[in-house]
Design a protein around this ligand. Structure first.
Ligand code: ZN
Length: 103
């Protein structure tokens, strides 16, 4: 998966198309991510003592990673990502638009 936690992403598909946000969690096993402020769902909850109020709470739900593009922190464009190896053998991501290493 080429999207990681704390990346800035642009949503390119789904009901939140066009929104930008920071990746809060990434789930490589299911190829899904949770993005700040994106894909709010309503959850009905019952009161559980004083800690939790009854009612409807809104929270983010995961979206498929294929619905977002990484926003390049260097050129600020939604970036197609490539991989390259550094001299020390590390595999890093780079932006195909500006050619800068993103990691
Ligand atoms: Zn770039």
């Amino acid at each position: 998966m080429n999207i990681r936690k704390n990346d800035m992403v642009l949503v390119i598909a789904g009901k939140d198309k066009g929104k930008k946000g920071k990746v809060r969690f990434a789930y490589p096993e299911t190829k899904r991510i949770m993005v700040e402020g994106v894909n709010f769902i309503k959850k009905h909850s019952k009161a559980k003592g004083a800690a939790r109020q009854a009612g409807i709470i809104e929270r983010e739900a995961t979206i498929p990673v294929s619905n977002v593009m990484l926003l390049c922190s260097k050129c600020n464009h939604p970036a197609r990502i490539g991989f390259r190896f550094l001299a020390d053998g590390r595999k890093v991501r780079f932006c195909r638009a500006c050619n800068e290493v993103i990691d």
